[in-house]
Write a protein that binds this ligand. Structure first.
Ligand code: FMN
Length: 305
């Protein structure tokens, strides 16, 4: 029997639990040249802001041991061009579309989200209240319980479909921030965004990123992400989308056992854009071998000592 790979996040059914992570496949157009996006549980877009942004000057990525640093600076086309040029393409894709929203003030999150509410092709939004790479906004919201609750509550008033709050690992208690986001009306959490880090060139004595610091991602952050997924799972009943260093089927299984209902693949897409598709297929083999009939039966089943 083929295992049932379907999962549900806030009432939205996904064909399988694997999504792309924001910022790691643009708006999906390049990926669609490689395989039908229906192979993904969902596609998550790059963060969209009110105005277009060029982002930080290069270099804005650097390789690290088992990962990478980036400080892209939320380069994106802005909401007007996104609606005009990207939504028509996304509307045609047979996958769940999640638009990631960023801003430097609560009003900006609200305005972008309100515009997206008028777009039926957008199934859910993911609020990036956790970007470590811009001076204003982003992580500032997600590192403070009061601002987290306020920003989610303000967006809740203008967006009628599910809201996923993307949480920052750069906090004292991610479970407390999750509580605040739930209080504001979030329907689900994405756990985690990148960890603040830096790297210095010893010849020039210059940081390897023009932003001086950036976000660490990739396999290096997986153990941190797993612990944070589990901390949020133990605190909240809302579904969790696990993110951080996922590159293989066993990474994805670990996330589900720790409490994730779905997973996103980010950095691994730069190595192999087929990663999420391969993970889905290989997870099926694992489930069959284990005689588990549905992927969702793994959620939260870690056997703790
Ligand atoms: C180059 C790059 C750009 C990113 N841009 C965004 C972004 O615009 N918005 C966002 O919420 N997260 C962004 N992220 C964070 C990812 O969505 C994800 O949370 C993080 O990379 C951890 O997953 P990974 O280890 O699988 O890469 C970006 C990550 C990378 C590597």
């Amino acid at each position: 029997m083929t295992p049932d790979m379907k999962v549900t996040i806030a009432g939205v059914e996904l064909a399988n639990p694997l999504m792309t992570a924001s910022g790691c496949c643009g708006y999906g157009e390049e990926l669609a040249n490689l395989y039908p996006l229906s192979k993904l549980g969902a596609l998550v877009t790059k963060s969209i802001t009110l105005k277009p942004r060029l982002g930080h000057p290069v270099p804005r990525t650097a390789e690290t041991a088992s990962g990478m640093l980036n400080a892209i600076g939320l380069a994106n086309v802005g909401i007007d061009d996104f609606i005009r040029e990207k939504i028509p393409f996304l509307a045609k894709q047979k996958t769940v579309v999640i638009v990631n929203v960023a801003g430097s003030a609560i009003d900006e999150y609200v305005e972008v989200s309100a515009r997206l509410n008028d777009q039926p092709a957008v199934d859910m939004i993911e609020l990036n209240i956790s970007c470590p790479n811009v001076n204003e906004g982003g992580m500032e919201f997600g590192a403070n319980s009061r601002l987290t609750e306020q920003s989610v509550a303000a967006v809740r008033k203008v967006f009628s479909r599910p809201i996923i709050a993307k949480l920052s690992p750069n906090v004292t208690s991610i479970a407390d921030i999750a509580d605040a986001a739930a209080q504001g009306g979030a329907d689900a959490f994405s756990v985690i965004n990148s960890l603040v880090g830096t790297s210095v060139d010893v010849d020039s004595w210059r940081p390897r990123l023009t932003n001086n610091k950036g976000g660490l991602t990739g396999p290096a952050i997986k153990p941190v992400a797993l612990a944070m997924v589990n901390a949020v799972y133990e605190r909240s009943r809302l579904p969790i989308v696990g993110i951080g260093g996922i590159a293989t089927w066993s990474d994805a299984v670990e996330f589900m056992l720790c409490g994730a209902t779905a997973m996103q693949v980010g950095t691994a897409l730069f190595i192999d854009p087929f990663t999420p598709v391969k993970i889905v297929n290989e997870m099926k083999t694992y489930l069959k071998k284990k005689k588990i009939s549905a992927a969702r039966d793994l959620v939260g089943k870690v056997r703790k000592y």
